[in-house]
Each structure stands twice: as C-alpha cells, then as structure tokens.
Ligand binder design. Structure first.
Ligand code: SF4
Ligand code: SF4
Length: 263
C-alpha cells in the first residue's frame, strides 16, 4: 500500500522541529541566514533544506494571526519529474516516495522545469552538482520507521500512514471539525493526487498554495510543454548525450574519493 503524510495546518505551531529532524537524519548542513521579514529561516527550500516551514501573517478585519506550513516534495502519484527525466534518474517507488538517483542524472534539470511545486533544487555551488529533494525518508521506511519529520512533530500536525486511510481521515476531520476546516483536502486530486496531503483552517490560497492546478496528472503535459521550448528535442539531445557520458565518467572518477570519505 502506498504511504503518505497528512499535514494538519491548524495544528502546526511553527516550531520547526520537522525541519531540524530532516537536516539531522539526512545529514544536511545548516545554512547561513539573515533576518527575514516573514520570520522564516532559511528563506527558501534549497539543496540542503528539503523541508521548510513557511510563516504566513494573515490580517483579517481586526484580527492578525500567524499560520505555519511545512513544505517539501509532494511525492505526486504520477510525478511530472519522473516523466520529464529521460534517463530515469527519478522514480516513484512502491512505498509512495519519489526518489532520485544521482548516478543516472545528466544534469539537464528538466525535472526542475516540470515540477509544479518547484521542489527539485540544484547544487549550483558544487563543482559536480546534483539535484536534491525530500525522499520521504525511504531509508527509514525500509527499517519500518516513519519519516524523521513525522516522528519529531510535537503537536501531531504530521501523520504518516497509508495514503487511502489518510484521505479518509482528512475528510472525517473536516466533517467533524464543525466548520473549523475549509472543505478541501489539498493533494487528494491536484495533479492526479499526491502522497502528501494537507487540511487547513484557512483557505489554501492565503497560504501560498498553487491555485487552479489541474486534476489530471501532469505527465500528460510534460513532454508536450517541453517540446514547445525551442531546441529541447533537437539541439539538446546531442548535448545531453555528451553530458550523460561526461557524468558517467565523472562518477567513476569521483567514486574512490566518496568511498574514502565514508570509510
Ligand atoms: S512535487 Fe515535484 S519533485 Fe516532488 S514528486 Fe511531484 S513533480 Fe516530483
Ligand atoms: S514539527 Fe510539527 S508543529 Fe513543529 S513546525 Fe513542523 S509541522 Fe509544525
């Protein structure tokens, strides 16, 4: 059964324990940040920040309130990144996670163009960059554990489980919440459905969620869109083939160094 995650925005207190747990488990370095007007820290997800809590200050008549939204890869059921990646560096696993295999990547970054949520990030500053994003802690799932973020959340804002059951529970919470929640499970239908689902006590559009996403899976569109970008199929194919062999060679040269670091 594919797994998923239900994030209840009404329960999130913005403590960032999920963000820290992700960094710790995945051994991701901290980022140097500066003061931001919206208090989020760091300001954006990046190659070293795979999950990030967004802060939203909402003004309503006489009321001002903070809302917090944990963001990460949505682990789409039919991922546009997978369909855009012609060397199959991305794949959707049985567990529900969408994972990336660096050794197959040719660095074309079509995955970044294709993703409707702006998730895959590139290690621009590295000499041999790769794409980075949340893996739904697939290594923890293999050990029968939950993703690190779900384990760390002190308020129960993140629930991990079978996606089908989470969709049911989301609607039960909405129906029994006496109008507390908006009547929408974000991710149930968007882009054909995602493994990460959200429910909220304020409209999703006020929290920066992309509005009007189609309910059809995006892979149906990905290559239609990419082929409209001049040169994508003809000019780039030769370049990408060269990049592929370059990347392969690079990985071979890089391997002993990586292995010695691990050792
Ligand atoms: S959110 Fe983006 S990166 Fe994640 S599975 Fe969907 S298309 Fe791929
Ligand atoms: S750990 Fe839970 S409460 Fe804290 S920021 Fe993350 S989702 Fe919100």
């Amino acid at each position: 059964m594919p797994k998923g995650m239900l994030i209840d925005i009404s329960k999130c207190i913005g403590c960032r324990a999920c963000q820290v747990a992700c960094k710790q488990w995945n051994n991701l370095p901290a980022e140097k940040t500066t003061f931001n007007a919206d208090w989020s820290n760091p300001p954006k997800r990046s190659a070293t920040t795979w999950t990030k809590v967004d802060y939203h200050l909402l003004e309503e008549e006489d009321d001002i309130k903070w809302k917090f939204v944990k963001t990460q890869c949505m682990h789409c059921l039919e991922p546009a990144c997978v369909s855009a990646c012609f060397v199959e560096a991305f794949k959707k696993t049985e567990e529900g996670a969408v994972v990336y295999q660096e050794n197959k990547c040719v660095g074309c970054r079509y995955c970044m163009l294709a993703c409707p949520f702006g998730v895959p990030k590139y290690e621009w500053e590295k000499r041999f960059p790769a794409v980075r994003k949340c893996r739904l802690c697939i290594d923890r799932l293999a050990q029968g554990l939950e993703p690190a973020c779900a384990t760390a959340c002190p308020t129960g804002a993140i629930k991990f489980g079978e996606r089908d059951k989470l969709v049911k529970e989301a609607w039960e919470r909405i129906r029994s919440g006496r109008g507390k929640y908006v009547e929408h499970v974000f991710g149930e239908k968007e882009v054909g459905g995602t493994s990460v689902l959200y429910i909220s006590d304020v409209p999703f559009e006020k929290l920066g969620f992309p509005a009007n996403l189609p309910h059809e899976p995006l892979p149906d569109y990905t290559w239609k869109v990419l082929t409209k970008i001049p040169g994508v199929l003809v000019g780039w194919s030769a370049l990408l083939t060269a990049m592929y062999f370059y990347t392969k060679r690079r990985n071979e040269l890089d391997k002993p160094e990586k292995d010695s670091h691990r050792g």
